[in-house]
Design a protein around this ligand. Structure first.
Ligand code: NAD
Ligand code: DAU
Length: 341
């Protein structure tokens, strides 16, 4: 199978590419990524030389490059590319509208033009908004509360529109909060782990009692794999771990694992429009044969150990001295490797 993956140099996309090339060594992947601050070719260093993998630097909003790549007729387009951080969306919403909505529509348009067999949109549980009790199903209304989640909801609606209007064969996954290796150290878990490894304080927003459902990134990759191969075209699939924790609970686990005490906690001003709780019902995805495999405690230990073992990876990101060499080198690389589809 030939896959065009967008946003594959980010956290989930890079884990997904590694997972797919290991599981299906005969699949071929082109990874289109703009290399924003969140895209990092170090995430894929071990894969770079694989003959079944090619990287192209480019923007999903760029019709020309998208057309060039989609005209190669991949069997599937999987769109991971997005501006993904809620705090940044509160400060600068426009980039989110561009990439998350316009970028998605650019990909959909090319998928329509070249009659691509399957388009998979990687979405989020945040599109449903916050829920006090119970869990959202795929039928729940969209009530996004941040510019990030509103832009992701806009993308989902555009995907739906292309399915209904043009009969484009689409699928959407909506997962809960991922954690694991290669997550940019602005998100809660990698930020707190790396701050504590540096013996710095950790900024807990508000009372810290907000709830998230934490999913190990490999479990999400397996869920997306399952939806890609067994999902019904036109359908949406929630992917959650049934593993709800407050932010303070997560903080205390990380403090314990890094041998720090609670004096490292700093309660700071709350995030504007902060969603209190996310929760999705994943029954539908489980009916395809998927379920999360990793125990939360084991996955957290593995994750913290990964950040301990890879200080160069996160220190260069946190210090801002950041992969300019690779960005420039790959700027020129607008051709596709021989042997790829
Ligand atoms: P990330 O921020 O780590 O990676 C995003 C990637 O997209 C980066 O490599 C970046 O360079 C690339 N990108 C950004 N704008 C682009 C553009 N215009 N053109 C091409 N590439 C571009 O994000 P992530 O955490 O890996 O999330 C991946 C996807 O999964 C996103 O769509 C996100 O909304 C969704 N998601 C994330 C989570 C989570 O917990 N991280 C949970 C649910 C859904
Ligand atoms: O639910 C899925 C979503 O999870 C994804 O769609 C997003 O791309 C991803 O960023 C994530 O969004 P969150 O806002 O839930 O993740 P974040 O790691 O930013 O924050 C998790 C919780 O921790 C949230 O309640 C805010 C809080 N927090 C976060 C940071 C960065 C803090 O208390 N302090 C912090 O410094």
């Amino acid at each position: 199978m030939n896959l065009l993956i967008t946003g594959g140099a980010g956290f989930i996309g890079s884990n997904f590419i590694r997972y797919i090339l290991n599981k299906y060594p005969y699949y071929r992947i082109i990874n289109l990524d703009k290399l924003t601050y969140a895209g990092n070719l170090e995430n894929l260093r071990d894969i770079e030389a694989n003959p079944n993998y090619a990287f192209i630097k480019g923007d999903i909003c760029d019709e020309k490059i998208v057309d060039q790549l989609v005209s190669r007729k991949p069997d599937v387009i999987l769109n991971f590319a997005a501006e993904s951080h809620v705090d940044r969306s509160i400060l600068e919403p426009q980039a989110f509208i561009k990439t998350d909505i316009l970028g998605t529509q650019t990909l959909l348009e090319a998928a329509k033009k070249y009659s691509i067999d399957k388009y998979v949109q990687i979405s989020t549980d945040e599109v449903y908004g916050s829920i006090k009790q119970g869990s959202f199903t795929e039928q729940s209304p969209l009530k996004p509360n941040s510019p990030y989640s509103a832009s992701k909801a806009g993308a989902d609606l555009m995907v739906r529109a292309y399915s209904k209007t043009y009969d484009l064969p689409v699928l959407i996954t909506r997962s809960s909060n991922n954690f694991g290796p290669y997550q940019y150290p602005e998100k809660l878990i990698p930020l707190f782990v790396t701050n504590l490894l540096e013996d710095k304080k950790v900024p807990v927003y508000g009372d810290g009692r907000q709830v998230r459902d934490w999913l190990y990134v490999i479990d999400n990759c397996e869920g997306i794999d399952c939806v890609l191969h067994y999902g019904k075209v036109g359908e949406i699939y929630n992917i959650g771990a049934d593993n709800e924790r407050t932010n303070l609970e997560i903080t205390k686990i990380i403090l314990k694992e890094t041998n720090r005490d609670e004096s490292h906690i700093e309660h700071v001003k709350d995030r504007e429009g902060h969603d209190r709780r996310y929760s999705v019902d994943s029954t539908k995805t489980k009916s395809l044969g998927w379920q999360p495999r990793y125990q939360f405690e084991e996955a957290m230990e593995k994750t913290i150990q990964w950040y301990r073992d890879n200080p160069n990876w996160w220190q260069s990101l946190k210090s801002g001295e950041y992969l300019e060499y690779y960005k420039k080198q790959y700027q020129k690389r607008m051709y596709v490797k021989d042997g790829i589809f």
